[in-house]
Design a protein around this ligand. Structure first.
Ligand SMILES: [Zn+2]
Length: 244
């Protein structure tokens, strides 16, 4: 629809364009035909419906989440930087708006949303045993020599529980103590995400790496969806997205 509008705008205002198609500088008069106005109205209607649908999906997901607790820890991410890097996908999903909605509902339920800076934590690279594994964005699994094996995003979420609010540092000792109990929970969460897709009405992003089995038997060589680009985290304020 945007392309159609652009064609109509050019057809209605040929005097405003150079021969090579670029817009002339300076003050111009823009004429709009009846058909072009119809296109604009249609476009606005599409955008309005899209926004309303997104709002209702956000609301539903936020409601599911606030049933699980009332204090939520998030990595402080620059959704603006996401949008620059990932464009349409982020524009459609509006993660910043989602977090605002989560914050609003959490606070009205007496809870809160805590966003901690990721400069010191870098959860996707850390193991609670203390080892650091640099991963590319495409590597969706956390595997460590100490025996820890988990889907990367779920493992990062587990670690986020143990980021201290005052210092913004990961308390690895607490994470290590909790791991034995948490591992089955993460495994179950992953299995539900993979098997319950039709029921939940959502599909996993390919970046989730769901086609891999949670076996831990072969960390090497079998990483799913290596082409997938996801929007998981780069530090606030970095001008360019970096793989972390
Ligand atoms: Zn480890």
């Amino acid at each position: 629809m945007q392309r159609k509008l652009d064609r109509q705008r050019r057809a209605n205002n040929p005097e405003n364009y150079h021969a090579n198609g670029t817009v002339k500088l300076g003050a111009k008069q823009w004429k709009r035909s009846k058909r072009s106005q119809d296109s604009l109205d249609q476009l606005r209607e599409i955008q309005r419906r899209l926004a309303a649908h997104r709002k209702s999906l956000h609301g539903r997901l936020v409601n599911e989440i606030v049933e699980l607790g009332n204090v939520f820890k998030l990595e402080k991410l620059s959704y603006r930087a996401f949008q620059k890097e990932f464009g349409r996908s982020v524009g459609l999903r509006a993660p910043g708006g989602f977090v605002s909605e989560l914050r609003r509902k959490a606070e009205s339920a007496g809870g809160k949303v805590i966003e901690f800076p990721i400069r010191n934590t870098r959860l996707s690279q850390r193991c609670h045993c203390g080892q650091v594994h640099k991963k590319r964005l495409s590597e969706r699994w956390q595997g460590c020599a100490c025996g820890v094996f988990a889907q990367r995003d779920l493992y990062s979420a587990f670690l986020a529980r143990f980021v201290e609010q005052e210092t913004n540092q990961l308390h690895a000792g607490q994470a290590a103590e909790a791991w034995t109990g948490a591992e089955p929970l993460l495994r179950t969460a992953w299995q539900q995400a993979v098997t319950n897709q039709p029921a939940s009405g959502r599909s996993n992003p390919s970046s989730f790496g769901a086609t891999r089995s949670w076996s831990g038997s072969s960390v090497e060589g079998e990483i799913a969806c290596t082409k997938a680009r996801d929007v998981v985290a780069y530090p606030l304020g970095t001008a360019r997205a970096r793989e972390r």
